[in-house]
Design a protein around this ligand. Structure first.
Ligand code: ZN
Length: 285
């Protein structure tokens, strides 16, 4: 057996608290006079563990990078990279008071790779972000984290990385909780809830370049369904009185106008209107 593999499998057998105190210890050991920094070896170990729990072989490149504001997943050549700012991660560890916060951030980034988001990196994919959050909740439950520990990073930071438009905190916490509960249900071999065909929506919402489908429900919420058909409300749809625009879609500081032909527009920083998607009436099947 390769010595590194032996090292990992040995760590694997340790109790999770021992592993976590190892994380703290290593973080503390590389603390400078001003700010603590996350050790790269610890980050690699965390990524390795997340990937193992997904039933996959780890083939990610984990890098610390002070130029990255938070954490990011990207493809460079044929390499799948996860880069993180060690000072940011350490700050999250400090303010959340749990090492699971770092694991959840890395799990979210791993999910961007696993779900194929890094193949076509574009802005405006709130569903992609929620899917990654769900994955992080799912994996953290399987790794032994409590629900509270799994949402700790979102609770203190809201944004775990700065390259994509992120849905608001509450939607992200909900996505993590759904993943966590799903893992718990699977572990408990619980029966599936009844299958319900009836859904009452008003609109179907689609953004250009985003393969996710969103809906507006009767309560004027903008809703995304994850792969397990769990609804997550992440924004609102407001009816407007204006002649030109019929609705406004909003989430977490973003605002989109829907004109009377159902076209969704976004105002650029220069005040220009850009067509970014369309809505259509929901038809019951
Ligand atoms: Zn993300």
């Amino acid at each position: 057996m390769h010595p590194a593999a032996l090292h990992f499998s040995r760590l694997w057998l340790l109790h999770k608290d021992t592993l976590l105190s190892l994380v703290s210890l290593l973080v503390a050991q590389c603390a400078t006079a001003q700010q603590a920094r996350m050790n790269e070896a610890v980050a690699k170990e965390a990524v390795h563990r997340v990937v193992r729990h997904s039933g996959l072989l780890p083939n990610f490149t984990v890098l610390e990078d002070d130029q990255v504001p938070t954490a990011v997943a990207y493809i460079k050549g044929r390499e799948r990279v996860i880069a993180y700012n060690p000072t940011f991660i350490s700050g999250i560890l400090d303010s959340s008071g749990t090492d699971w916060a770092a694991v959840s951030i890395l799990a979210h980034e791993i999910a961007h790779h696993l779900l194929g988001h890094t193949l076509a990196p574009e802005a405006l994919h709130p569903g992609d972000e929620l899917a990654c959050d769900r994955y992080s909740g799912f994996i953290l439950q399987r790794m032994g984290a409590t629900m509270e520990e799994s949402i700790a990073a979102i609770a203190v930071a809201g944004n775990v990385h700065g390259t994509r438009d992120h849905p608001p905190k509450h939607a992200r916490s909900a996505a993590i909780s759904h993943g966590w509960l799903e893992a718990e249900r699977i572990a408990a071999k619980a029966f599936d809830p009844p299958f319900i065909v009836e859904r009452s929506f008003v609109f179907v919402v689609r953004f250009a370049g985003d393969e996710n489908t969103y809906y507006v429900n009767a309560e004027n919420q903008l809703v995304w369904f994850n792969d397990h058909a769990e609804p997550i409300g992440f924004g609102t749809c407001t009816k407007l009185e204006s002649k030109e625009f019929a609705y406004e879609l909003t989430w977490d500081g973003y605002s989109f106008m829907v004109d009377r032909n159902n076209i969704i527009w976004r105002r650029t920083t220069h005040g220009m209107l850009m067509q970014v998607g369309q809505i259509e009436a929901f038809i019951k099947q």
